[in-house]
Design a binder for this molecule. Structure first.
Ligand SMILES: [Zn+2]
Length: 47
């Protein structure tokens, strides 16, 4: 059993119900990951 270093290939993007950006990545070995990004539009809160 050799050591395998995952290669994260981009499978595309999706948007969650919370409005977060979801990045889908997977390796050719079958492993997959979901990375969420907090999308901050940077709207300043005026008082
Ligand atoms: Zn892999």
């Amino acid at each position: 059993m050799s050591v395998h270093v995952h290669v994260r290939l981009n499978d595309g993007y999706a948007v969650t119900e919370d409005g977060q950006l979801l990045e889908l990545t997977s390796c050719h070995c079958g492993a997959s990951w979901e990375t969420t990004y907090q999308v901050d539009e940077g709207e300043p809160e005026s008082i």
